[in-house]
Design a protein around this ligand. Sequence first.
Ligand SMILES: *Cc1c(COP(=O)(O)O)cnc(C)c1O
Length: 367
Amino acid sequence: MPRPITATIHLSALKHNYAIAKKFSGSAKVWAVVKANAYGHGLAPALRAFADADGLALVEVDGAVKIRESGWQKPLMLLEGFFHASDLALVQQHRIDVAVHCHEQIDLLEQAHLTPPVEAGHRINVHLKVNSGMNRLGFKPAEITRAYQRLVAMQSIHVVDLMMHFANADDEFNPVLPVAEQIRRFNEAHRLLGNTLETSLANSAATLLNRAVKNDWVRAGIMLYGGSPSRAAAADFGLLPGMTLASELIAIQSLEAGESIGYGSRFIATRAMRIGVVACGYADGYPRHAMDGTPVLVNGVRTRMVGRVSMDMITVDVTDIADAKVGSAVTLWGRGLPVDDVAQASDTIGYELMCAIAQRVQIIVDE
Ligand SMILES: *Cc1c(COP(=O)(O)O)cnc(C)c1O
């Protein structure tokens, strides 16, 4: 028998969440974002769940090639574009759309002297990125015309749309960079190019929270996996958990008041307690900085983690769960326990927890 920790991927939930993304996107088309191994859910299950998606977007070139090789025919995009000149042959061969966000990428395109394709439909589709204030990737409005002109001068390139990313889609009136200011800068860039290109602005948070920004394409990530991009609960938007991380109790300890548990003796029993030891640690992807009190389900009953997370184990309070014994079912997050609740208690976000699922955790596909 393998170690009892498993991540069950609920295909029906992923499909349901994609339908919700479509509903919130109005007439916009939706990229299902599958970067980071589909936020930890695995590319293969994600491909099955998102078979009806309008397009797939990710950042890994090898992942994009795998997706094409698996038979995906619809749009496929690299959100950070290509990284090296050597990526361009793959991009062209596999018809992978690329974001272009800096002049150095355009230099590489020019230097590659790509053969103009015989058919117009076989040009490389470029999504031109505007830096509207996030200040990671993209051209500021003042540079956008030059970037665009360089791109359209190449016959092998087709500029499809103008794209931007929100810094504060979950905090519309952020005092430093409100959503409206990013939209204003984006609109300026769009106007400079004659308002002709398609547009793509929204991530999950903007899709769920900001009615005004769903243009031609939406880029939905976390919401597809049932995580919340904001302080609101995912369930409030009708989203279902895409993954359940589960394990079992592998030991029970009885503690007297004053006894401690685990490394650093961080938790000290204030009364006689029963402690369950769970086969799940930070080497499985459970956050090492989880605090005492982080929620856990044992036999479906919500209790708390106590003591420091170690590499292969955590310890949980089962004092009031009479039927808890070696072999009892433990849910770390997923159905019955929102990943965002666990994230909040560990001072992180659901994204990080899902993406951190380790290689050694067995993935089970729930058809
Ligand atoms: C990851 C990513 C998204 C998806 O963001 P979520 O918050 O997970 O919806 C959208 N756009 C870009 C450019 C991204 O890199």
